[in-house]
Ligand binder design. Structure first.
Ligand code: CP
Length: 315
C-alpha cells in the first residue's frame, strides 16, 4: 500500500473528485476487506457505534444489498429507506427527507436517486458523510471502483489494459465513472455504441469512440457491456431490440476478436439477448458474478475509509 492512509473528502460523490492515489488506497483496502469475507465469522468491529442510512429512490438489487452487507460486516447500525412505503410518495422532497433522517444523527447516508447531482445536494445540506450510489446519468462511483478492483484482480494492473465499454453510452452513469477512473489509472478505453446513444463530449474524456463493435472488441483485454436503459429513453433511440442485438450485442463470435484471455463484464442487471448473448454472459470468460462479490469488499473499503480508516479504529 502507498503512503496515503485517508481520503481527502468525507464524502464519495464521484470518481471526478478522487486522485489516483485515493483510488489505489480504496482498491488496496478492498483487498483486506475481501479477506474478511473468507472468514467463518465475516465481521469486524471497524464501524461499531456508527449509523448508516441507505436511501434508495430508484430500484436496486446489487448496490443496495451489497452496501447493507458491507455495513453489517463492519458492525455498523443500518437503516434502509426506499421510495415505496416512505413519505416520498406523499410528496416529501429529497432535502426534507434528508433533513428528517439527519435529525436521527446518522454518520453516513448512502443515496441513489434518478436526478444527476442528488448526492451533491445532500452533501451541501447534511452533516453526515454522503456516498453516491448512483445519481441519474451522472456517476456511480462504487460501481467503477468494484469494476477496477475486478480488472486489477484478473489482469494484475489497470495501466495499459485495453477496456472496451459497449452499449447505451448516453444514459450510463457506469460509463462516466469508469471512463474517469480507468483513464486516470492509465488504462486505454474504447467506447462503442449506436450514434444516437453517444453522449456529446465523450471523445474529449480521453477515450476512443466508435460505432463498430468489431473494432471495439479487437484486441481488448476487457469487454464491459452496458445495459440498454429503456426507462431513461424518452424518444426513439433504437429501431428495435432485435436490430440492436444484431449490431451491438456481444456474441461468442465478437468475443473471439478480443484477446484469448479477455474478460467479460456487465454491471447488471442484464438484458439477455439485447446487449449480451446468454452463452457469453454465462461463459468461462464472464466475471459478472465476481463483480457482485467484489462490490461488497469495495463498499466495505469505502465505508471504512470515509469513517476515518485507521484513525477511526483508534477512537
Ligand atoms: N450495477 C447496479 O447498480 O445494479 P443495481 O441497480 O442492481 O444496484
Amino acid at each position: 500500500m502507498g503512503d496515503l492512509t485517508m481520503l481527502r473528502s468525507r464524502h464519495l460523490l464521484g470518481i471526478e473528485d478522487l486522485e489516483p492515489a485515493e483510488i489505489s488506497l480504496i482498491l488496496d483496502t478492498a483487498v483486506a476487506m475481501k479477506e474478511v469475507g473468507t472468514r467463518s465469522i465475516k465481521k469486524v468491529p471497524a464501524l461499531r457505534g456508527r449509523t448508516v442510512v441507505n436511501l434508495f429512490f430508484e430500484p436496486s438489487t446489487r448496490t443496495r444489498l451489497s452496501f447493507e452487507l458491507a455495513e453489517k460486516r463492519l458492525s455498523a447500525d443500518t437503516m434502509g429507506m426506499t421510495t415505496a412505503g416512505s413519505s416520498v410518495v406523499k410528496g416529501e422532497t429529497l432535502i426534507d427527507t434528508a433533513r428528517t433522517l439527519e435529525a436521527m444523527s446518522p454518520d453516513m447516508i448512502v443515496v441513489r436517486h434518478a436526478c444527476s447531482g442528488a448526492a451533491h445536494v445532500l452533501a451541501r445540506v447534511c452533516r453526515s458523510s454522503i456516498i453516491n450510489a448512483g445519481d441519474g446519468t451522472h456517476e456511480h462511483p462504487t460501481q467503477a471502483l468494484l469494476d477496477a478492483f475486478t480488472i486489477q484482480g484478473r489482469k494484475g494492473r489497470l495501466a495499459g489494459v485495453r477496456v472496451a465499454i459497449i452499449g447505451d453510452l448516453a444514459h450510463s452513469r457506469v460509463l462516466r465513472s469508469n471512463v474517469l477512473l480507468l483513464t486516470r489509472m492509465g488504462a486505454e478505453v474504447v467506447a462503442c455504441g449506436p450514434a444516437t446513444l453517444i453522449p456529446v463530449g465523450l471523445g474529449r474524456m480521453g477515450v476512443t469512440v466508435t460505432t463498430s463493435i468489431d473494432e471495439a472488441c479487437e484486441g481488448a483485454d476487457v469487454l464491459m457491456m452496458l445495459r440498454v436503459q429503456h426507462e431513461r429513453m424518452h424518444g426513439l433511440f433504437l429501431p428495435s431490440v432485435r436490430e440492436y442485438f444484431t449490431l451491438f450485442g456481444l456474441t461468442a463470435a465478437r468475443l473471439a476478436r478480443a484477446k484469448s484471455d479477455a474478460i467479460v463484464m456487465h454491471p447488471g442487471p442484464m438484458n439477455r439477448g439485447v446487449e449480451i448473448a446468454s452463452d457469453v454472459a454465462d461463459g468461462n470468460q464472464s466475471v459478472i458474478l465476481d463483480q457482485v462479490a467484489n462490490g461488497v469488499a469495495v463498499r466495505m473499503a469505502v465505508l471504512y475509509l470515509l469513517a476515518g480508516g485507521e484513525q477511526n479504529e483508534g477512537a
